[in-house]
Design a protein around this ligand. Structure first.
Ligand code: ATP
Length: 233
């Protein structure tokens, strides 16, 4: 469970988050939808302890990220690519992350297989395609078998096969009773993956509910999105 309450974030004179509040429940995929610059990454960075809020709270399993004793075993995250050094192999990168977080070595081969990188285990990350980077980032997020997954624009760089695979993977992850929070500016992707949507625009939550609820009164989710965000005019 993720609980975000009253988050405010300012950069100089610009307020980028205005009292952002929502929850992402266990057993569901929650889609965090908004146009470029709406505040999705800013919210997720605060949730993951990478940035501090001016006010408000962001809790994972009832605790702030920075107070988690074994963060990678509680929450797996993917923000902007794999974070792996070009000179490392996929296996080398995962070994390093596992060792520094007390995660058993057997998990390395398991997560490489789960994300479809079993054959690329000894390939240097510098030779990876964008889609392979995303898969390695996801493998890193899964290493600690976390109950919560937080993914920022995870389909970037994935081909149609990879997108379908990720959708099915995230659905089954949530169906095991886990929490999945997934940000995107792509409506179609979230409409087919998420149980609930939280729509953010200009730093404020403008709607939340099931895809049907968010779409109600509009011809399509796309029309609802444009009406809620003032985009496309
Ligand atoms: N370090 C920073 N300094 C100043 N402004 C920032 C900083 N980080 C983010 N912003 C601003 O905060 C706003 C929200 O950005 P954010 O990256 O959270 O949006 P986003 O919804 O993730 O967008 P995108 O889909 O483009 O990634 C933007 O106006 C951005 O320019």
């Amino acid at each position: 469970m993720i609980e975000i309450s009253g988050l405010v974030k300012r950069h100089g004179v610009q307020t980028v988050l205005r009292e952002v509040s929502f929850t992402a429940k266990a057993g569901q995929v929650t889609g965090f939808l908004g146009p470029n610059g709406a505040g999705k990454s800013s919210t997720l960075r605060i949730l993951l302890g990478l940035d501090a809020a001016d006010s408000g709270t962001a809790l994972v399993g009832g605790k702030p990220y920075r107070s988690l004793r074994n963060p990678l075993r509680t929450v797996g995250s993917l923000l902007e690519g794999s974070g792996a050094h070009r000179s490392r192999t996929a296996r080398g990168h995962l070994s390093w992350v596992a060792a520094s977080n007390g995660i058993p070595r057997r998990r390395i081969a398991e997560v490489l297989d789960v994300v479809g990188l079993g054959d690329a285990a000894r390939t240097r990350v510098g030779a990876f395609s964008l889609g392979m980077h995303q898969r390695l980032g996801l493998a890193t997020a899964l290493l600690g078998e976390p109950d919560v997954l937080v993914l920022d624009e995870p389909v970037n760089g994935l081909d149609p096969h990879g997108i379908r695979w990720l959708r099915e993977f995230l659905r089954s992850y949530a169906e095991q009773g886990r929490t999945v929070l997934l940000s995107s500016h792509l409506m179609s992707e979230l409409a087919s993956t998420a149980d609930r949507l939280v729509v953010i625009n200009r730093g404020a939550i403008v709607h939340s509910g099931t895809v049907t609820e968010v779409t109600a009164g509009h011809a399509s989710l796309e029309d609802a999105f444009f009406a809620l965000t003032g985009e496309g005019r």
